[in-house]
Write a protein that binds this ligand. Structure first.
Ligand code: NI
Length: 182
């Protein structure tokens, strides 16, 4: 498994609609494993392939031990959304240190292929449902910023640009912290 570089806001692949996976082969399985590895190294709870520069419909979600199992989402489709919505703060590994309140369905049912290419279906709620919706958005080239009001979004983008001033490119190396560090 490899920790891959993260693509940050401004990288065109984040705005690309990812292509469906035609066949779940070893290359796709490797991508899934690398997404988990990269997500964990970056201390995220979800990661979509676009974020490592691959425009394919593959994402992973792992919101922690209280909400098992980790999800592998290949060609995912949300087939049901609860009418109940929840507003909570969201961030994104591709837009570090920028956060905003996003409205999401409280529960969703998602259908996808798993790591072995088998169809699977999961009903998820709360934080996990939020993560699933956020990652599937990525596969459509949508970022959490797009769910905010125009005013809020431009404030956050200005903050982002200020923080990125002088930095070149849109790639970030992920360096896992040494074991034992808090
Ligand atoms: Ni994200």
């Amino acid at each position: 498994m490899t920790v891959r570089s993260l693509h940050l806001l401004g990288s065109p692949v984040l705005r690309q609609r990812a292509a469906p996976v035609a066949r779940v082969d070893d290359a796709v399985r490797r991508l899934v494993d690398d997404l988990f590895e990269t997500m964990r190294a970056a201390k995220g709870v979800g990661l979509a392939a676009n974020q490592v520069g691959v425009a394919q419909r593959v994402a992973v979600v792992d919101v922690g031990e209280e909400h098992p199992p980790p999800l592998v989402l290949i060609n995912p489709v949300i087939v049901e959304r609860s009418p109940e919505i929840e507003i909570a703060e969201e961030g994104c590994l591709s837009i570090p240190e920028i956060f905003g309140d996003v409205e999401r369905a409280q529960r969703v049912v998602v259908e996808a292929l798993d790591r072995d290419g088998r169809p699977c279906r999961a009903e998820v709620g709360g934080y996990k449902a939020r993560a699933v919706q956020h990652e599937i958005d990525h596969l459509d080239g949508v970022l959490f910023l797009d769910h905010l009001s125009a005013v809020k979004r431009s404030l956050l983008v200005a903050k982002w640009k200020k923080a990125r001033k002088g930095k070149k490119g849109f790639l970030k190396e992920v360096t896992p912290e040494p074991a034992g560090e808090l």
